[in-house]
Design a protein around this ligand. Structure first.
Ligand code: GAL
Length: 676
């Protein structure tokens, strides 16, 4: 086993932790409770090692019971009490929950669904992002909170809103349509340019006046996908404008404030998080396991790697996850003993500088009373409380990890616009879902043991040796050129099927497929040959594949594998030109994993630490120190050989990890963290 330390020239290695600690805590909603309970909270937070709580996320009505009348008494007490208790505050703007008085007064601010019906109001995130009345009211409450608390000693960071777009990512009301027209005017200038970009000549969709532009509500059949794609872009921008307006109010009073909003990286696709993350001082995200999904720890790892990538390698914050079951899945499966610790330490291993939960104390009323919390209904005489305390102890033992970085040499190219475009209607196969394609790629690399980043196709790729583009259906000219130049400078590239097909307005790049990459690949095809559901094809290497095939011709590339059966029998299936590989079909998981190991070897990437299947090994480091996190997702003890003399730093329940000689033993379901 060799753990090679790569030369650390990249700026990603400049250490530093925005919070200067590993944060531990959660959403704190004490408006639900009496003062006596709130006093007890502080004592119990101490017992658990809590050092940061998010306050006021949904407290708009408490703070502004009537339009323009503010009442800060409870919030003053809450913040002062936390401050006396030495617990830091991530103070929220409450704009994700407009008050009922606001909704009653402004029915036009209530969002409209794609089918044209208006949403009900008895819930949260009930607002249209383009509503001027909503934006005005949100700015006013934000200003009032910032004026009062910008120099409160407990407040160390700001939490704008909550999970933008989670319930109202796209609104189709007339006000949104009007705002969309303005957005389109700024993008295209003239109606002619818009008609041309959208291909409106087809189906008689040519617009002859701006007021004919509508929101893409449900129609008798397919909508024009270019229209839908721009609406997705517009909707992301509208919500982002809501965020930046509040952020700017905070910054005006407190220029050095750390301002964030909680993303839902990896689990939510309606916002362009690359664009969003650039506006956050510290990227933060929420992640919830799908309890019934197999290998949901891989989904968690993907989300964590994506969040770190959105943060450009800087430490980020896990703003929410759960201690146990959630309450919004069909069957809310409880986490078993040790699972919360494994989840938390996986996030930490992959670059988080804080582990927070929804929520501190379980509600006894309201929509989320059956959602787990750090302090459950059963109180302190409970497994979850004991494991919460244990986690607090473990995290305090890992304080020195704050600010360290994760180093990777492989990036998966990932773009929200490609996602939106690839998933629209009227495509060659509905079985290609962008998120699935990303997940399959990630899975294969996770199984092979590589830690990977995600990167935007137009971003600086120079720190990687290998980039992989699964189903990068839409790619801009700049993105395609960036990928080609990465290759020309010595990088290795894997292009997956259904990549490089359209430009940034969803117009097909004519000539043989894949238009954007055929020169880079030296291989191309003249047809898509999607497979039937469940159909398998075989390749000359013995690999099996499904979902897609193409009659690939390798004009300037080596043929690595051919189709031996199926509609493309005899044609090339996998090709290689220099360091550019084309994979024209969906390889079975084991074959895909083997393929990536071979490509990574040829790209000069060191093999990951050898470990049993189902055991995750991730490294964080500073210039002086390396931390190795070993997370055992199996029911067996995991033994790992390690070079040198590691310092045993910390382990997590259940059971104890042990180091002896050059080996580490991690109990079933346990975690070991080592320090060199
Ligand atoms: C999140 C949300 C929280 C809470 C949580 C429950 O989406 O931000 O407020 O509802 O889900 O899992």
């Amino acid at each position: 086993v060799t753990l090679i330390i790569q030369p650390e020239t990249s700026p990603a290695f400049v250490s530093g932790s925005p919070l200067g600690k590993i944060a531990f805590g959660g959403d704190y909603n004490p408006e639900q409770w009496t003062d006596a309970v709130a006093e007890e909270d502080i004592a119990l937070m101490h017992e658990a090692g809590v050092n940061l709580v998010s306050v006021g996320i949904f407290s708009w009505t408490m703070l502004e019971p009537e339009p323009g009348r503010y009442d800060f008494r409870r919030m003053d007490e809450i913040l002062d009490r936390l401050h006396r208790g030495g617990i830091s505050v991530d103070l929220a703007t409450p704009t994700a929950a407009p008050p009922q008085w606001f909704l009653a007064a402004h029915p036009d601010s209530v969002p409209v669904r794609q089918d044209g019906t208006r949403a009900g109001t008895a819930s949260r995130q009930v607002f249209c992002p383009s509503s001027p009345e909503y934006r005005e009211a949100a700015a006013a409450i934000t200003r009032a909170i910032v004026d009062r608390y910008h120099d409160h000693p407990a407040v160390v960071m700001w939490h704008v809103h909550n999970e933008y777009g989670c319930h109202n990512g796209r609104c189709y009301c007339d006000g949104s349509a009007a705002a969309f027209r303005q957005w389109l005017k700024a993008r295209y200038g003239t109606l002619d340019a818009l008609n041309d970009a959208w291909g409106n000549a087809f189906w008689s969709q040519t617009l002859t006046a701006w007021d004919q532009v509508v929101a893409p509500r449900t129609a008798p059949t397919f909508l024009n996908p270019a229209h839908e794609l721009d609406y997705a872009r517009f909707s992301s921008d509208e919500l982002l404008a809501c965020y930046t307006a509040e952020r700017d109010i905070i910054k005006a009073a407190s220029p050095d404030a750390i301002v964030t909003t909680n993303l839902m990286a990896g689990q939510f696709g309606l916002l362009d998080y690359w664009k969003w993350a650039a506006e956050l001082d510290m990227v933060s995200t929420d992640h919830y396991l799908f309890g019934e999904a197999e290998r949901n720890h891989v989904d968690l790892a993907l989300a964590a790697d994506l969040t770190r990538s959105l943060a450009h390698g800087r430490p980020w914050l896990l703003m929410e996850h759960s201690t146990g079951a959630v309450n919004w899945q069909p069957r809310n499966i409880a986490k078993r003993s040790g699972e919360m610790a494994r989840n938390s330490l996986t996030h930490l291993a992959r670059g988080a500088d804080g582990i927070l939960f929804f929520q501190w104390r379980a509600s006894i009323a309201g929509a989320e009373k059956y959602h787990s919390a750090m302090l459950p209904h059963a109180g302190t005489d409970s497994r979850i409380w004991r494991e919460t305390r244990e986690l607090g102890e473990q995290l305090s033992g890992l304080a020195s990890v704050a600010g360290s970085r994760v180093h990777t040499e492989i990036a998966i190219l990932f773009d929200y616009h490609a996602w939106w475009a690839a998933d629209l209607g009227g495509r060659p196969s509905e079985d290609i879902r962008y998120a699935d394609q990303i997940r399959r790629t990630y899975d294969a690399l996770w199984d092979a043991g590589y830690t990977v980043d995600f990167a935007h196709p137009e971003s600086d790729l120079s720190r990687y040796r290998l980039v992989v583009a699964p189903a990068l259906y839409l790619v801009s000219d700049a993105g395609a050129a960036n990928i080609a130049s990465f290759h020309d400078r010595g990088g290795s590239v894997v292009v997956g099927y259904f990549s490089g097909i359209v430009d940034s307005v969803d117009r097909v790049r004519v000539g043989r497929y894949p238009g954007a990459f055929r020169e880079l690949l030296g291989a191309s095809s003249d047809e898509f040959l999607p497979l039937r559901r469940g159909q398998k094809v075989t390749l000359s290497t013995g690999a099996t594949a499904s979902l897609w095939s193409e009659p690939v011709r390798a004009d300037d590339a080596e043929i690595i594998a051919r189709y031996t059966d199926g509609p493309a029998a005899g044609a090339a299936a996998i090709t290689r030109r220099q360091r550019a590989w084309y994979v024209s079909t969906q390889l079975a998981p084991d074959d895909l994993r083997g393929f990536y190991v071979a490509v990574a070897d040829s790209a000069g990437i060191a093999r990951p630490v050898e470990r049993p299947e189902g055991v995750e090994v991730v490294e964080r480091r500073t210039d002086e120190t390396r931390y190795l996190f070993v997370i055992n997702h199996t029911d067996d003890e995991a033994a790992i050989d390690l070079p040198g003399q590691p310092w045993f730093l910390e382990v997590s329940s259940p059971g104890r990890a042990t180091v002896s000689g050059d080996g580490l033993r991690v109990p079933p379901g346990g975690v070991g963290v080592l320090r060199w």
